[in-house]
Design a protein around this ligand. Structure first.
Ligand code: 13P
Ligand code: ZN
Length: 273
């Protein structure tokens, strides 16, 4: 089968296009990666043409031998739908998890996203954390979350609690909460280490003054998670634009009742009065 005929490719392109339509991917902003299932890779392998090995700038031994579909660096996510073979690539990780090679795509040259270290280190963490279930890592420049990083303290507790309070279903959609990375230089190993450390606890990491990373089992759940967190941030921006304090909100007791009803465990850390 040709790579472009594969279902995972169609799902990936739809997600990139949906993110563009949400306004999260100005210019080349944002990037996406998918850890391809063994049987999916086997179906399209005849379409691969491997190039040379290159350093990842991160060590991901738990991903040795895996294939990933990723966006290209400098590529606009809005173009994934019209020219996937120019915008995207499939990479293979070598046997010690230090190098990758492009096996498909980027037909006009280029390299995988500059955030490849963050994507792969996150994949390594979530693969272990979820016992091989999570496969998608998504980075988007979500307007309202970015705005909040200028006016809220950059702590996991404050961001989680404020976002949970903005919509009743939030603690059900992201019960473990969200982590916050202070401003750091993007595109390298250091920010990758910080972000992947947060992914051990959370499915979402906020990058101060930059955007967000969301992880999940499939395209729908990961996109839905990004959308839910960003929508909650939008409500908070609206509330704070009207007045600096809330007249009423969802209380700690409300969250406890919700966790009983919906059978989700909410960390004590976020249930302080
Ligand atoms: P890339 O074009 O290299 O993916 O970078 C975009 C981005 O959002 C960096 O954080
Ligand atoms: Zn970015």
């Amino acid at each position: 089968m040709k790579v472009l005929e594969a279902e995972f490719m169609k799902g990936f392109i739809r997600m990139a296009d949906d993110g563009w339509k949400m306004g999260w991917h100005e210019r080349n902003g944002g990037n996406l990666s998918y850890r391809i299932k063994k049987e999916e890779a086997a179906q399209v392998k005849s379409d691969f043409a491997p190039s040379g090995w290159k350093n990842i700038d991160a060590s991901v031994p738990m991903l040795a031998g895996e294939f990933f579909l990723v966006t290209g660096s400098g590529k606009f996510l809005r173009n994934a739908v019209i020219a996937p073979e120019d915008s995207l690539c499939i990479i293979e990780i070598n046997e010690d998890g230090e190098q990758f090679r492009i096996v498909w795509g980027l037909v006009n040259g280029g390299r995988p996203t500059s955030e490849l270290p963050s994507h792969l280190m996150n994949h390594q963490v979530i693969k272990q954390k979820t016992n091989n279930v999570y496969r998608v890592v998504y980075h988007a420049h979500t307007t309202n979350i970015i705005a909040l990083t200028f006016i809220l303290p950059l702590s996991d507790e404050v961001f989680t609690r404020e976002l949970w309070e903005m919509a009743t279903e939030c603690p059900v959609v992201f019960p473990s909460g969200v982590g916050v990375v202070p401003w750091m230089v993007p595109g390298g190993r250091d920010i990758a280490v910080e972000t992947s450390r947060l992914m051990e606890k959370y499915d979402v990491a906020v990058w101060a003054h930059h955007g967000m990373f969301a992880t999940g089992e499939n395209f729908d759940l990961t996109f839905g998670l990004m959308h839910t967190v960003e929508k909650s941030a939008e409500i908070l921006v609206k509330v704070l634009s009207v007045r600096p304090d809330k007249l009423q909100t969802i209380t700690t007791q409300n969250f406890k009742d919700l966790s009983d009803s919906f059978k989700v465990t909410l960390p004590e850390q976020f249930l302080k009065p």
